[in-house]
Design a protein around this ligand. Structure first.
Ligand SMILES: N[C@@H](CCC(=O)N[C@@H](CS)C(=O)NCC(=O)O)C(=O)O
Length: 200
């Protein structure tokens, strides 16, 4: 069975849980307490030298890390990743945006404010908050008049961006000024087979 090294509060872990669940693929979830350093033990570093969840071990023992690579691997050949060349590149565009402009700001501020207050770096919080708000602005202008990020269909671009946007309020991000984002969040949550972040 597929093994998923995970942490329930993690949006990156949630991306993996969500795609596996949507595809009906059984998996064993192994919870690692990232706050207590469980991803940095010699045993886990042998599995993923980068010391981070989510990390997946396939049935044949191969290991795959990085949430968006995991999304891509499982979505390949399914309705969650378009076949059209340009649309695939657009999905990749949003996955890169998520990892460069969105997650490092919105997820990090949420981590400091909501999960590990003692680890907060106050001098960085304000800068990251500004960059997170800028990322929300980009999403809002893209989503105006659209149902989903790419090709008017639910794809892993939506899953990747949903993960930390729907819990952004836990980091103190106010979504009131973003009606298109809020409508899209509701749409994603109504997708058949959807699970909340809290579902292990
Ligand atoms: N770019 C990676 C980021 C993974 C990541 O930062 N994981 C965090 C939890 S969300 C983690 O494992 N932190 C524990 C640590 O750094 O020791 C991805 O998208 O999977």
């Amino acid at each position: 069975m597929i093994k998923l090294y995970d942490y329930l509060e993690s949006g990156n872990g949630y991306k993996a849980r969500l795609i596996l669940t949507l595809l009906g693929l059984p998996f064993e979830r192994i919870e690692l307490d990232i706050v207590q350093g469980a991803t940095r033990t010699p045993e886990f570093l042998k599995i993923n030298p980068n010391g981070r969840i989510p990390t997946v071990v396939l049935d044949d023992g191969r290991v795959l890390a990085e949430s968006n690579a995991i999304l891509w691997y499982f979505a390949e050949g399914t309705r969650f990743l378009p076949a059209d060349r340009f649309e695939r590149a657009q999905v990749l565009q949003w996955l890169c945006f998520e990892q460069y402009s969105h997650e490092p700001n919105i997820a990090t501020v949420r981590f400091w404010v909501h999960i590990a207050r003692d680890k907060e770096k106050p001098e960085q919080t304000a800068d990251k908050r500004k960059l997170g708000i800028a990322a929300l602005g980009v999403m809002e202008s893209h989503l105006k008049g659209k149902t989903y990020f790419v090709g008017e269909r639910y794809s892993i671009a939506d899953i990747a961006l949903y993960a930390y946007t729907h819990v952004a309020h836990e980091g103190g991000f106010d979504l009131a000024p973003y009606p298109a984002i809020r409508a899209w969040l509701d749409r994603v949550a109504r997708e058949p087979g959807h699970i909340p972040i809290t579902k292990g």
